[in-house]
Ligand binder design. Structure first.
Ligand code: CP
Length: 321
């Protein structure tokens, strides 16, 4: 592909995809391409003027049917940094509250000719449904307990920056695996790129047939963290019933919380991750969350670069203007 003058500074290959709805639909080279493109976007984010005209004239609609801080703001910032026009939609205050269906809502938005729709929805499969029914690009910003592909990509980007590689990394993902779309997408991505993943959680918060994911599965956090390069803690998702899997927060923290003592079981130079929002004192001790090994805010920073990369590759790299 010939690089346009307004494109980020590194030459970028094309990305022959209409949508990004899950990690399963990405090949290892495509994952690599997103991460490499995000490096170029990160460079833009370090500049004094953090804006390029790459998506000028493109319209992105952000449809958030579920609460979000990090994902929603980072998509909006990504769109602005690439000079796209964007509109943001919340279910509350829209005609969804009058009973309009997802498809009708999306078709009506489609009549306004967006180039991409970014959707977060409580129903697993909602982004796939829109991707099948709409001609524009659809990006999954988290659907039910199913997938959160841009989170897995930003997590991989953060790990690669901190550790210099993904292949061979020992990654422990601990907590409420049952309700976690973040865990599901991370396992898919990390096993695809050759990392060794261990999932840990109380038996009540592990999905049925979790072993089929390709990850090692344990029920003691100590067994997962021991010798790990990366320790990723998961939020207990009380809004999805995660709190029913154990007696109370204090007991959960005692058995599964990442304390300084448990962190010391990992490699000396291990990094600590959490997708946010955190339940401090439940799945993670504040001294670890805010400690020297924590890359939790690096993950948030990476979210902007990765989402810029995804939007660029889906709707900006075709050179069709
Ligand atoms: N990690 C994540 O998806 O955070 P938000 O729910 O705040 O977007």
């Amino acid at each position: 592909m010939t690089r346009r003058p307004d494109a980020p500074s590194e030459p970028l290959a094309s990305f022959a995809k209409k949508d990004l709805v899950d990690i399963g639909s990405l090949t290892r080279p495509e994952i690599q391409l997103v991460l490499d493109t995000a490096e170029s976007m990160r460079e833009i984010n370090q500049r004094t003027i953090k804006k390029v005209p790459t998506l000028r004239g493109k319209l992105v609609a952000n449809l958030f049917f579920e609460a979000s801080t990090r994902t929603r703001f980072s998509f909006e910032i990504a769109e602005r940094r690439l000079s796209a026009d964007s509109i943001s939609f919340s279910a509350a205050g829209s005609s969804v509250s009058k009973g309009e269906t997802l498809l009708d809502t999306a078709r009506n938005l489609m009549a306004m000719k967006p180039d991409a729709i970014v959707i977060r929805h409580q129903a697993s499969g909602a982004p796939h449904f829109l991707a099948r029914n709409l001609p524009c690009a659809v990006v999954n910003a988290g659907d039910g307990t199913h997938a959160h592909p841009t989170q897995a990509l930003l997590d991989a980007f953060t790990m690669r920056r901190a550790k210099g590689r993904l292949e061979g990394l020992r990654v422990a993902i601990c907590g409420d695996v049952l309700h976690s779309r973040v865990a599901r997408s991370n396992v898919e991505l990390l096993t695809k790129v050759g990392a060794e993943v261990t999932l840990a959680g109380p038996r009540t918060l592990l999905p049925v047939a979790v072993e089929r994911t390709g990850a090692r599965v344990v029920t003691r956090i100590e067994d997962a963290v021991d010798g790990a390069d990366v320790v990723m803690m998961l939020r207990v998702q009380k809004e999805r019933g995660g709190g029913l899997g154990f007696p109370n927060d204090r007991e959960y923290f005692e058995l599964f919380g990442l304390t300084p003592e448990r962190r010391r079981l990992a490699k000396k130079d291990a990094i600590v991750m959490h997708p946010g929002p955190m339940n401090r004192g439940v799945e993670i001790d504040s001294s670890v969350a805010d400690g020297p090994d924590s890359v939790i805010l690096d993950q948030v920073e990476a979210g902007v670069a990765v989402r810029m990369a995804v939007l660029y590759l889906l709707i900006g790299a075709s050179g069709d203007e």
